[in-house]
Design a protein around this ligand. Structure first.
Ligand code: GAP
Length: 455
């Protein structure tokens, strides 16, 4: 797809119920969006595709779903309290605040003034207090990444599953960052979802696994409908790396607003497990860890070969789910010229990602016979487990096709009088992309759809 203008996507998302501005009726809250009836389906399908590839199709990954509120000590020993900040400048003229590294010409993006303060660090974590007493001892944070609970639960997962290296722990969930300048629709927001895998390996095998995960993740993106030539892999320079990383490769995608990071694949070495570990002196840590007198646990595994305890290294593919939604919508959005002055908008989503799988469209509105057949078909289709099936009752078949093209429904199933009157009974299936129609006997429908949606 040619680069789509962001405005067209934003407009489609609102018009068809994918994504809305949060708190819209009160003027919104910057950097927050809500997923509407179709957005929640698309996002769930993307998360399911990720979980399937990362957990179900592998034999070396377990899942986790941890709390969002995080003990302050976790984010102290992870280094986030000290270092998880962006450089911020103030405009002395209009009082606007901006990320220093986002300014290209040293001028205020609001008023053009060059009178800016020196950059100073702004910590991105949202702070709160837990319980009824508001004081220093009760401070907690909304997690800025899902990863930390994977590290702090490492020992519990190992003990309960008897996993040996290499193995991973996957998690999908909300993360929060008080971004200085949220922008570009759902690209940079203050509340977002991450899908993260922490893959634990033996020290020394980390670079090989880093390379392997890079290829694995690019292949996954291609399966979701993003062509290989729309990616760029950017290896971060040493001064760009997060405080925990030994190396990091960004998978960048050509978003409507420019080529930017879709997913990061970091080599976090033994930094996190090391920092959360009690009695670090026993281990050969590569990381410059905090002294940790407060942890009660050694986050390590037994290396049977060398008969010693080791702290594993970690490779971390970390995907932003909202950025995935934006990239997948960008790629799917197509405007087609149908000739004779007609055109249509089609979301050419991969079948497994489409919010609605099949739309049942009655030829005639409010015909009791046709509607009864539509209800019967919907009930039967639901048993196939192919996903959401929509039942239309607008009576305008052309409008229904247009709406379902725009929201990416792969098939429209039309029930007409022939369905009821002819033997064998049959329905029409219209393909979203080719607009071709085939007549399928209802007795063969289940198998037809099973084959069509099989992955
Ligand atoms: N645990 C590693 C980590 O959090 P990151 O590069 O800061 O690394 C990983 O974030 C991914 O999370 C990014 O590649 C991006 O897709 C997504 N992400 C980060 N900040 C975001 C934001 N403010 N809004 C939307 N997505 C964001």
């Amino acid at each position: 797809m040619a680069a789509t203008q962001m405005e067209q996507l934003v407009s489609l998302c609102k018009r068809r119920g994918f994504i809305f501005q949060n708190s819209d009726i009160y003027g919104g809250l910057q950097g927050l969006y809500d997923y509407g009836p179709l957005g929640v389906e698309l996002k769930n399908n993307i998360k399911a595709a990720w979980w399937r590839a990362m957990v179900y199709e592998r034999d070396d990954v377990e899942g986790l779903d941890a709390a969002i509120l995080t003990n302050r000590k976790v984010l102290h020993y992870s280094g986030h309290e000290d270092t998880f900040s962006d450089p911020m400048v103030d405009c002395k003229k209009c009082k606007g605040r901006f990320r220093a590294d986002h300014l290209t010409d040293g001028k205020c993006p609001n008023c053009g003034s060059t009178e800016l303060t020196e950059p100073r660090p702004f910590n991105l974590m949202f702070k709160t207090t837990v319980g009824p007493v508001v004081d220093e001892n009760n401070i907690a944070y909304l997690r800025p990444e899902t990863a930390q609970a994977i590290f702090t639960q490492f020992k519990n997962v190992v003990d309960s599953t008897s996993r040996k290296l290499p193995f991973g722990i996957a998690q999908i969930g909300k993360s929060f960052r008080n971004e200085i300048t949220p922008k570009n629709f759902i690209f940079r927001v203050r509340e977002f979802e991450q899908a993260e895998l922490e893959f634990f390996v033996k020290p020394g095998e980390d670079e090989k696994w880093h390379e392997e995960w890079k290829q694995n993740r690019i292949n996954w993106w291609v399966e979701q409908g993003l062509p290989r030539d729309r990616f760029r892999v950017y290896d971060q320079k040493p001064d760009e790396l997060a405080h925990y990383a030994k190396a990091c490769s960004d998978i960048e995608y050509a978003f409507p607003h420019g080529v930017e990071e879709l997913e990061g694949i970091a080599n976090r070495r033994d930094y996190d497990l090391g920092n959360h570990t009690k009695g670090q002196e026993e281990f050969n840590l590569e990381a410059h860890c905090h002294e940790n007198p407060e942890s009660t646990t050694k986050l390590c595994v037994r290396d049977e070969e060398n008969n010693k305890w080791i702290i594993p290294f970690v490779i971390e593919p970390s995907m932003g789910v909202d950025r995935a939604v934006l990239a997948i919508l960008t790629e799917a959005y197509t405007e087609e010229d149908l000739g004779n002055g007609n055109s249509r908008i089609v979301l050419k989503l991969k079948k497994h990602l489409a919010p609605m799988k099949v739309a049942i469209v009655p030829l005639k509105k409010n015909s009791p016979e046709i509607m009864a057949k539509c209800h019967e078909l919907k009930k039967n289709l639901m048993k196939l487990g192919i996903g959401r099936v929509a039942l239309e009752n607008t009576g305008n078949i052309g409008k229904a096709y247009r709406r379902h093209d725009e929201i990416g429904t792969p098939l429209c199933l039309t029930v007409d009088f022939e369905t009821l009157e002819q033997s064998p009974e049959s329905v029409t299936l219209r393909d979203r992309d080719t607009m071709e129609q085939v007549r399928v006997p209802t007795s063969e429908l289940a198998q037809y759809l099973r084959d069509y949606f099989a992955r």
